[in-house]
Write a new protein. Sequence first.
Length: 189
Amino acid sequence: MRVWGERYNRDLQRYNLALRMIAHEARTHTICDWTGLPDDKIRHLYQSYVDEHGKRHVLRRRGPSPQSLAFFFGTARSRSEAAALVGLCYLLEVLPTSALDNPRRELPSVARGERLCDAFEMYQQLVPETPMTLEHLVLLVMTVSQGQEFEVTQCAGCGGVVVLDRSGLRRGNCTHCNEHRHIEADAER
Ligand SMILES: [Zn+2]
């Protein structure tokens, strides 16, 4: 009876996480990775979600998952958003403290997936107009935890989190401090 109860609880956790990720318009394969549920179960859950909430809510999840890291470095705003999300993910232990060889295999778990959703939901509360989706956050978390394309450091000006793109040369200050420095430099001229 106890074994059955534990198994039931574990399954329930998987289903709850899957529903949470569906609500955030995650792709089926992403939900499979994090919940460990087979894709037919997830499609079934999608269908019940659509029946309950209407089709409008799932239209945006079509197409492939975002692949391009350029999204996070296109504008000063997206750089700040990426840095804030990374900071939040460290705080909530979504991101590991050391680099992983194969994040796609090592990172996903139900417990971490719940913390991933916590981080995303918290961020949405703070920045309701954000263009970042849960899929963007997954891409960010996977890339940062591999530690090859991004470098996470502290801003020399304020100590805040800065995410640097290793392929491009960017100064190690956060967007806010960079702007502040430009303003001061202009004022001195
Ligand atoms: Zn700063």
